[in-house]
Design a protein around this ligand. Structure first.
Ligand code: ADP
Ligand code: ADP
Length: 231
């Protein structure tokens, strides 16, 4: 479970202190599928970076699975990220000189998993994403949707309990976006917590709950709950 308790994130710009997130409290249960929406500059990426242990709170407490990570320094944050969280980005962030298979193997290298097991698990993750015939392709030889499915395979290969996706469909057409959201939906139904930042209401509909951010705060009345995501 994710529990942000009155967290504030501030940056010092020149002589001014800028509160990018102000006293934000959020609880996300295991197995939820949450969309984070809000205007550009409202603090969505900052919120994702904090949830993903890529960034630290300035004030307040962040409990991740009961572990207080608020004061963790980089080596411990890196451990939490590697053990518990899978990341998916708008621009895929695949290494261009590595095949799909090698890209998916990367997080397991950091986790110290043996070569044979890496290859086996990477192939398994790519098969799960319907890419069994694309494993030896370089990213440039793949379509946008295929690249994003490689990125999702990379995100799930260490079997994280949480997937964070920052505008995962921002570089994709509508039809491809749907196929990507269906993959997240499938993973969520298998028990993975999924959090997606998006500008697009039709993408947010795949989630069971929408959290609205505005000017660094959560807008309670604008947060939507749904029993089921889009089909
Ligand atoms: P969003 O993802 O909703 O577009 P961000 O979280 O990226 O919003 O940014 C929220 C606000 O914080 C913006 O005004 C942005 O300029 C500011 N901001 C983000 N990162 C920094 C930083 N490292 N230093 C100063 N200001 C920042
Ligand atoms: P954009 O929306 O501008 O294309 P992305 O969504 O691709 O940006 O990336 C969001 C943020 O995540 C960036 O600020 C970047 O610094 C960070 N990031 C990108 N790749 C990684 C990675 N592999 N591990 C950790 N952080 C990353």
């Amino acid at each position: 479970m994710i529990e942000l308790q009155s967290i504030t994130k501030s940056y010092t710009v020149g002589t001014e202190q800028l509160d990018v997130l102000k006293n934000v409290s959020v609880k996300i249960e295991d197995g939820e599928f949450v969309a984070i929406m809000g205007p550009s500059g409202s603090g969505k990426s900052t919120l994702m970076n904090i949830i993903g242990c890529l960034d630290k709170v300035s004030k307040g407490t962040y409990l991740l699975d009961g572990e207080d990570v608020s004061d963790y320094k980089e080596p411990d944050l890196a451990r939490v990220r590697n053990e518990s969280i899978g990341f998916v980005f708008q621009q895929f962030h695949l290494l261009p000189r590595l095949t799909a298979l090698k890209n998916v193997e990367l997080p397991m290298i950091y986790a110290g998993i043996s070569k044979d097991e890496r290859t086996e698990r990477a192939a398994e993750a790519l098969e799960k994403m319907g890419l069994e015939d694309r494993m030896d392709h370089l990213p440039n030889a793949l379509s946008g949707g295929q690249k994003q499915r490689v990125a999702i395979a990379r995100a799930i290969v260490n079997r994280p309990s949480l997937i964070l996706a920052d505008e995962p469909t921002g570089a994709l057409d509508t039809k491809t976006s749907r196929t990507i959201m269906e993959q997240f939906q499938r993973l969520n139904r298998e028990g993975v917590t999924v959090i997606v930042v998006t500008h697009e209401p039709e993408i947010a509909e795949y989630a069971n709950r929408t959290i609205m951010v505005r000017d660094g705060e959560i807008v309670p009345s604008a947060s939507v709950e749904r029993k089921w995501g889009a089909p």
